[in-house]
Ligand binder design. Structure first.
Ligand SMILES: Nc1ncnc2c1ncn2[C@@H]1O[C@H](COP(=O)(O)OP(=O)(O)OP(=O)(O)O)[C@@H](O)[C@H]1O
Ligand SMILES: [Mg+2]
Length: 397
């Protein structure tokens, strides 16, 4: 039997890098979330998914010269210093001190250019292969606003199979989707996202007054998003969980406009998503489209005069930001940082389902459903308010 030894540092660094930043879109997201963690209010992201290049410019606090010399060394972070911080202080997106080190390891060149507020000195750090260099120069006095650019090029340059298997179109879609998701919960931050391979502005948002306005701007092409309204937690439910969010009174053809965040951190494909869809299954939101069966195949809104109709399920359009103490949940520490488990799932679900029910009632999305449905499909069983309530109870039991 062979001896157990510590993996040599080169191998360790390679293995960790591929785990920490496994895809192009994840690398881009890491740079963007670093800008938010640096308190930026204006972020410009340029990317080229064909050439695996990205540059993120921000006006955040930048790097001090000491931080700059440590940046890109594995497990070096300014965001948490102890296990207690990691367990309780997840107010930043970053917590591992690994993203820059991993990207630097996987790309041909990583460059950081930074100038802090009121500083005349600009620093540039380049990381190429295993070499690092830092240069500085003095700017003219008139230009002392903070500015930081972090860029990489030639990602996965020594992983030819990985590089070959990348689908630039899908990666570009992921980049934009990830940034849109982050933008929802940062309405005070201006975002611009440019695909330099297409010379095209993929997405841009000005500063907004709140998340609802931001949400409607981002999804302005989706009709249902225009009917989004705030969701509020009924006062009797306030306790360890609070909710911020909005939902549309109309459904959408798929589940692509459903977002859940925990203290501003996006979480994907959670039980929360599936339970909300199941809860709303019998409400008007899910029965938004009727297809005419008179042979022309066209779809008409509810209330159409056609004789025979088939309901087509639609899905809720919402974002929900769950606000609670950090010790109420674990974010699973997988690379996407998007899985979550709650200590008190029942308590959380009670809040969410109550808020959803209050929203449905307030907007007449339970009773009107019965009337419309009866008038269009007499043979179908009417959806009743208490059937949704019993669903809430079932889920809680
Ligand atoms: N745009 C930026 N502006 C200012 N400081 C930055 C910026 N990007 C990174 N940093 C600094 O570099 C450090 C290392 O960044 P890195 O992304 O590698 O780790 P992290 O964000 O701390 O944790 P994680 O690996 O989970 O992202 C950060 O802790 C932060 O201090
Ligand atoms: Mg980071």
């Amino acid at each position: 039997m062979q001896n157990i030894e510590v993996l040599d540092s080169l191998a360790l660094s390679q293995v960790r890098s591929e785990i920490a930043t496994p895809s192009f879109s994840q690398c881009v997201q890491e740079l963007v979330t670093n800008s938010i963690d640096a308190n930026a209010s204006d972020i410009v992201c340029e990317f080229d998914a064909k050439n695996l290049y990205c540059k993120v410019d921000d006006n955040g606090h930048g790097f001090s010269d000491e931080n700059l010399s440590r940046a890109g060394s594995r497990y070096c972070t300014s965001k948490c210093y102890s296990l207690a911080d990691v367990n309780s202080n997840l107010r930043y997106y970053g917590y591992r001190g690994e993203a820059l080190a991993s990207v630097a390891k996987l790309c041909k060149e990583l460059e950081i250019v930074t100038r802090r507020e009121n500083s005349e000195v600009q620093y540039v750090k380049k990381m190429v292969a295993h070499e690092e260099s830092i240069m500085s120069w003095t700017n003219s006095k008139n230009n002392t606003s903070p500015k930081t650019s972090v860029s990489f090029r030639g990602l996965f340059h020594d992983l030819p199979v990985r590089r070959m298997r990348i689908n630039p179109l899908l990666e570009a879609e992921d980049v934009v989707a990830n940034i849109k998701r982050i933008a929802i919960v940062h309405p005070n931050v201006i975002f611009s996202v440019v695909d330099t391979s297409l010379y095209s502005l993929q997405f841009s948002v000005p500063r907004h007054k709140d998340c609802l306005q931001r949400f409607q701007h981002i999804f302005e092409d989706i009709e249902a998003a225009r009917f989004a309204k705030k969701i509020a937690l009924p006062p009797e439910c306030s306790g360890k969980f609070n909710l911020d969010g909005c939902m549309s009174t109309q459904g959408h053809v798929n589940k692509s406009v459903q977002f859940v965040f925990v203290n501003g951190r996006p979480v994907l494909k959670t039980k929360i998503h599936s339970e909300i869809n199941s809860l709303l299954e019998s409400s008007d939101i899910s029965k938004g489209l009727v297809s005419s069966t008179d042979g022309n195949g066209s779809q008409n809104p509810i209330g159409s005069k056609s004789n025979r109709h088939v309901f087509k399920r639609t899905f809720a359009v919402f974002f929900l930001n769950i606000l609670c103490d950090h010790d109420e949940y674990d974010i699973c520490f997988e690379p996407g940082k998007t899985l979550v488990k709650f200590r008190d799932w029942q308590g959380l679900w009670l809040c969410i389902s109550n808020a959803m029910m209050a929203f449905l009632k307030e907007n007449g999305l339970i009773t009107s459903c019965n009337q419309d449905k009866r008038s269009v499909t007499p043979e179908s069983s009417p959806v009743r308010h208490d059937s949704i309530l019993s669903k809430v109870n079932c889920i809680l039991l």
